[in-house]
Design a protein around this ligand. Structure first.
Ligand SMILES: C[S@@+](CC[C@H](N)C(=O)[O-])C[C@H]1O[C@@H](n2cnc3c(N)ncnc32)[C@H](O)[C@@H]1O
Length: 282
């Protein structure tokens, strides 16, 4: 793309038409993103270790009642939840399409002899195996999937769980998705960072589509030397509590419970909520 393409961009953007997510699966981007996952200076990509420790303790004691369980961690990133759950006696399978995150997760599991398997794949297409007690899809990623893709994932999760198994989601609230879409355009410059190792600008615009209840963010990464432009776009689907309830009921999870967050003693992010969905027993 050229600078002129930014000026002539479609406005407002159509949901998902210009891309569906950040390039998590790009090897170079994923290596830079891994540093963000592991940083203890902020909560981007993954939260800090002290927060994840509390989430994992809550999952272990409250959701799993301390019983050794088989856990499917979807969009597991560098395995920060799976590693901790394995240390508490659980057996985990993590799936993520970020090559650097999966390589790190797997190496940690080998180094520390953890009962974890990590798979590099797209959760929309990956086979999930069966017999899990619990499936996780954490840290807001639920909303980036188009409705037909989230339906596909929920059908596969349902088939992967044992009868009565549980699905723990941590999606965005509808209000948070709308707020994201209503943000004004902004930009920053970087001598080299997440979006590019070379000096660059990142220009961002946002759009709220009230009819489809989606927020689309476009990132235009402008190379400072040659002014070439790379665009990434991400759309998030907003759901009300009732819509989460009926979506999950439609996919075989009739019993669901909302929580303000993943642990009562962890910092609450008002943009997110936690949902525990239980599969109908056979
Ligand atoms: C916000 S991060 C959260 C990572 C991890 N759950 C955590 O909380 O530490 C979202 C993760 O979802 C992964 N992801 C997004 N879309 C995916 C897809 N279609 N298939 C597999 N992984 C995906 C990304 O690569 C990234 O690692």
């Amino acid at each position: 793309m050229r600078l002129l393409d930014i000026v002539q961009r479609e406005s407002p953007p159509r949901p998902w038409a210009e891309g569906d997510n950040l390039p998590w699966h790009d090897p170079a981007f994923s290596a830079r993103m891994l540093a963000e996952h592991l940083s203890q200076a902020h909560d981007l990509a993954s939260r800090r270790a002290t927060t994840i420790d509390r989430h994992v303790a809550w999952i272990h004691h409250t959701i799993l009642d301390g019983q050794p369980s088989r856990i499917l961690d979807l969009g597991c990133g560098p395995g920060l939840y799976s590693h901790r759950l394995a240390r508490l006696g659980h057996t985990c399978t993590g799936i993520d399409y970020s090559p650097a995150a999966i390589a790190y997760a797997q190496q940690q599991a080998v180094d520390h002899e953890l009962a974890c398997t990590f798979v590099l794949d797209d959760i929309r297409h990956a086979p999930f195996d069966t017999g899990y007690d619990l499936a996780l899809l954490l840290y807001g990623e639920f909303n980036v999937f188009r409705p037909d893709h989230i339906g596909l994932i929920l059908r596969k999760v349902h088939a992967a769980l044992r009868p009565g198994g549980q699905l723990l989601l941590e999606p965005h609230t509808r209000a948070a998705v709308e707020q994201l879409g209503r943000q004004t355009a902004s930009w920053f410059s970087s001598p080299g960072g997440l979006f590019s190792p070379a000096p660059h600008l990142v220009l961002m615009d946002h759009a709220w589509n009230g009819q489809q209840q989606t927020a689309t963010t476009r990132y235009y990464v402008v190379d400072a030397a040659g002014a070439g432009v790379t665009r990434f776009a991400q759309t998030m689907q907003g759901y009300s509590e009732d819509e989460y309830r009926s979506l999950l009921a439609d996919h075989g999870f009739p019993a669901i419970r909302f929580y303000p967050g993943l642990a009562p003693d962890a910092p609450v992010d008002p943009a997110l909520c936690a949902i525990l969905a239980t599969q109908a027993p056979a």
